[in-house]
Design a protein around this ligand. Structure first.
Ligand SMILES: NC(=O)c1ccc[n+]([C@@H]2O[C@H](COP(=O)([O-])OP(=O)(O)OC[C@H]3O[C@@H](n4cnc5c(N)ncnc54)[C@H](O)[C@@H]3O)[C@@H](O)[C@H]2O)c1
Length: 380
């Protein structure tokens, strides 16, 4: 029997555009998806030559610059949104109205209200939806979730969640859409802490109850052109560092920080969970490993173990290299796309979906409210 065809269009062709293109191109080979993927159309803002060159490199059949023409096409089943945050809502709602399944990058939207509108649109259209919290598909984070859900850390006391990068530590690093509230919504809060909030929900299942936040902008204006630091400058209108303390409904507490100024930290996306029976520590920079402390062992043997997560101890091992041959960043997008496409062909539930995206957005909004009101804030 021939495989069902799924015809995909991608909007965006830079960082995430490359990650998505690589995933669609390789998903059948690695993850044995039941569908035949047709990479129908690439849409982005660039010269026709550059778009064509990108499309040829990755195997997209056609190029387009107007996303409105793409989402109405009848020969497309899935829209993958890898464009800046301010475009997510409009593209996703139009795509849903046209009956497309949607993979939308994170954060789902610019704010909670937009995110809820997007969720309503996909529910009304009865299409499948994915919010791109891609770290869920890193095998070591999936194993962390398994251990916590199996009770191996016991009652959770607290989580310590830090996502640190350093690419803006240089005050002359040029302005980009990510530093402009109009296009990004927020700084590392929505860019990095959004991942941390999702990872905490995914690994622990804890429910956010209340929080108090601190958002600071460390460099208030940046050159438009990084090669001309004395030339024209633009105002930075988002946070450079986001911090918040959390109380969870289950009684645990949490401490969150995200920054792009942590010199030496490149993509230090981490979560530590401390519980009555033990602890886990996950660090994406060392993504083929998970640290686990078993507090039920005799004290002299109970030190943190470094578990090599490259074999059948995690749920995505099938189809990859033999044990000990680690996988990497791009592979988590292959797994994400495989699972999402499987949910379409087999009509099964998929997470993280737009509802998970809304849950994250509730916390992001509470941080902003807390900072504006200088007080502890309940999650709505
Ligand atoms: N899952 C992750 O870990 C992860 C990592 C990075 C970024 N992201 C998210 O992915 C999204 C894109 O980020 P990025 O880093 O790829 O940005 P980027 O700046 O590298 O690329 C943006 C892309 O959007 C395209 N674009 C801009 N305006 C457009 C328009 N009107 N019509 C069509 N295309 C348009 C540009 O041509 C470009 O290809 C953001 O929402 C970001 O938060 C997610």
């Amino acid at each position: 029997m021939s495989k069902k065809e799924i015809r995909v269009a991608l909007i965006g062709h830079q960082f995430m555009g490359i990650a998505h293109s690589n995933a669609y191109r390789n998903v059948s080979m690695w993850a044995g998806t039941p569908a035949k993927i047709i990479m129908k159309c690439l849409c982005a803002k660039d010269t026709p030559e550059k778009l064509k060159s990108f499309a040829d490199q990755f195997g997209w059949e056609e190029v387009e610059t107007d996303w409105k023409k793409v989402v109405t096409r009848r020969d497309i089943d899935v829209i993958s949104i890898a464009a800046p945050n301010f475009l997510h809502k409009e593209i996703a709602i139009e795509a849903a109205k046209n009956g497309k399944h949607i993979l939308c990058e994170k954060p789902l939207a610019m704010n909670l209200e937009e995110a809820r509108e997007m969720l309503e649109a996909v529910q009304k259209a009865d299409v499948k939806h994915c919010c791109g919290y891609s770290y869920r598909f890193t095998p070591s984070l999936a194993l962390a979730r398994q251990l916590v859900r199996e009770g191996r850390v016991g009652k959770i006391y607290h989580v310590f969640v830090r996502y640190a990068q350093d690419w803006l530590a240089d005050p002359n690093a040029p302005m980009a859409w990510r530093m402009n509230k109009k296009y990004a919504g927020s700084g590392p809060l929505g860019d990095l802490s959004a991942h941390s909030i999702d990872a905490t929900r995914f690994v622990t299942g804890l429910n956010f109850k209340s929080l108090v936040g601190n958002l600071q902008t460390l460099v208030r204006e940046r050159p438009v052109d990084g090669n001309n630091p004395d030339g024209p400058k633009e105002k930075v209108t988002v946070d450079d560092v986001a911090q918040f303390l959390v109380n969870f409904e289950e009684g645990a507490t949490g401490c969150f920080e995200s920054t792009r100024f942590a010199t030496g930290r490149k993509n230090y996306n981490t979560i530590e969970v401390n519980g009555s029976k033990g602890s886990i520590f996950w660090n994406f920079e060392d993504q083929n490993y998970l640290l686990f402390y078993d507090n039920t062992q005799p004290a002299k043997e109970a030190g943190f173990r470094k578990i090599n997560v490259t074999h059948d101890v995690h749920p995505y091992h099938g189809g990859w290299w033999p044990q000990g041959h680690g996988i990497g960043y791009a592979d988590s997008f292959v797994i994400e796309v495989a699972e999402f496409l499987r949910s379409i062909t087999e009509n099964t539930e998929f997470h993280p979906d737009f509802e998970d995206g809304v849950k994250v957005q509730e916390v992001l909004e509470a941080v902003e409210k807390s900072v504006n009101g200088h007080s502890w804030t309940e999650i709505s």
